[in-house]
Design a protein around this ligand. Structure first.
Ligand code: FES
Ligand SMILES: [Fe+2]
Length: 456
């Protein structure tokens, strides 16, 4: 650096770039409270909102999409989800009394059924009609494998609960977790659609947080379906071409491959390590709610830990803020990446590049769907396209296709990934064991076709 007083300060551009401090977030993509387009969009889907383990004998106060709510299990075991404030004079129902068939406000005793109907108004005169004139806001609830889901949209647009093919597989132990982040939902969701960060943040930045093989820059190809998208991450590891597939169903459901795969032998149609939703608490707070999947053979090196998964924690590095600040600075994880982008990431300050194609694609899709929603209030859901169980692809396939002498290996990897994506899609008309057998056979035949090509 020059010590020449005439030169000092010539190349510094803090002042020239001060406009970054006045840039604002994109309200269309980030605001989720009632009445906002993105808030309405979320309200067209079943969303996970809590873990079963959080629901004890007292009402649980929660916040979802900017709405304050109370979740409770009435005395016969059914779940209720109602607006926080009693519709008489707004006392909070977090202080309510849970009874058979509903919840009673402790101020003047109004009792509510699970659907918000007023059942009793004990302080009113017997002839009072007030209970027929109003009701409490309430939402339907589905509880499945330790996760509580709700639908917060208009009754007439309520879709069937979307049951993915990965939600009930033989030999798969699913353990739920919930972790909050103090930031907008989109930056948490986009992390899953940003495959290149795995090379740097998780592997080269400080140390290998998952597996060394993630250090190789993958070939990424994006694929569209009738509903939802997926992308293939393709890498060569010695003789293996490893295709790792990630699913995305807007607004925020994603599935990725295994967390600690070992790409050293053929593997066909391995399924996801994580089924994950990002549920906004409000515009600046977010919950990741997910199942970690544990299957025999998914973790040959024993790096996963079912006991490390639950409320506020999961068994892979960097997903929450529970590490001390110095550790986070020295060895940051996903949580540190998305939270440090700010309470609401400001896209105008970013400079998207080649490796941000996934992020750009997600934002473009979301913008299109939100613009359409503001016009006709209608959005497509997975159940409009697929019957349950909905076919998904997230997971790992590894094919033994050695480097072909005289041929461009990067091009071969892309060809293989495209074919694997086609094979996955070609099994969509089947379900369960039949689908699995079909896809596995097609993948094996395809792998064999490369061997045959080399023999001939
Ligand atoms: S405020 Fe709830 S019953 Fe009066
Ligand atoms: Fe990550």
């Amino acid at each position: 650096m020059s010590n020449d007083p005439q030169q000092i300060g010539k190349n510094f551009r803090g002042h020239a770039r001060q406009k970054v401090w006045t840039a604002l977030p994109d309200p269309l993509l980030t605001e989720v409270t009632p009445g906002k387009p993105c808030g309405e969009f979320f309200r067209r889907f079943w969303l996970p909102i809590a873990l079963t383990e959080q629901i004890k004998e007292l009402p649980l106060r929660i916040r979802v999409l900017g709405e304050d709510l109370v979740l409770f299990r009435e005395k016969l075991g059914q779940l209720g989800l109602v607006h926080l404030h009693c519709c008489h004079r707004n006392m909070s129902l977090e202080f309510g009394i849970i009874e058979e068939g509903g919840i009673r406000c402790s101020y003047h005793g109004w009792k509510y059924a699970l659907d918000g109907t007023i059942l009793e108004t004990p302080c009113e005169p017997p002839a009072s009609q007030v209970r027929f004139k109003t009701c409490l806001g309430a939402y339907p609830v589905v509880e499945y494998k330790g996760i509580v889901f709700t639908y917060m949209g208009p009754n007439e647009l309520c879709p069937p609960f979307p049951f993915m093919d990965t939600f009930d597989e033989e030999g798969d132990i699913m353990i739920p977790y919930l972790i909050e982040s103090p930031c907008n939902w989109l930056q948490v969701m986009e992390n899953a659609w940003d495959p290149y960060h795995v090379v740097y943040l998780h592997t080269k930045a400080v140390r290998t947080q998952f597996i060394d093989a993630f250090a190789e820059m993958p070939k990424i190809q994006f694929h569209e379906r009738a509903y939802g998208d997926f992308y293939t991450n393709t890498r060569r590891v010695r003789d293996i071409i490893w295709i790792r597939i990630h699913d995305l169903f807007l607004p925020s459901f994603t599935q990725n491959g295994g967390h600690f795969p070992v790409p050293d032998q053929s593997r066909y149609f391995g399924r996801c390590g994580l089924s994950r939703w990002v549920t906004p608490i409000d515009d600046t707070r977010t919950m990741v709610i997910a199942w970690r999947h544990f299957r025999e053979g998914d973790d040959p090196k024993g790096l996963t830990d079912p006991n490390g998964v639950g409320l506020g924690r999961t068994d892979f590095y960097g997903q929450s803020g529970d590490r001390d600040y110095e550790t986070r600075q020295k060895d940051p994880g996903d949580y540190d990446a998305w939270v440090s982008q700010g309470p609401i990431n400001i896209h105008e300050r970013e400079n998207l590049a080649f490796t941000d194609r996934g992020v750009a694609k997600v934002r473009r899709k979301l913008r299109n769907v939100l613009q359409q929603l503001t016009e006709d209030m209608n959005v497509q859901r997975p159940s409009d396209i697929f019957a349950n169980p909905i076919p998904t692809y997230g997971g790992d396939t590894m094919l033994n296709i050695p480097v072909q002498s005289g041929r461009d290996d990067a091009a071969i990897q892309k060809i293989v990934a495209l074919r694997v994506a086609e094979i996955y899609q070609s099994g969509d008309h089947l379900t369960g064991k039949q689908r699995k057998e079909f896809v596995v056979k097609e993948l094996k035949d395809y792998e064999q076709s490369w061997i045959n090509e080399n023999i001939n």
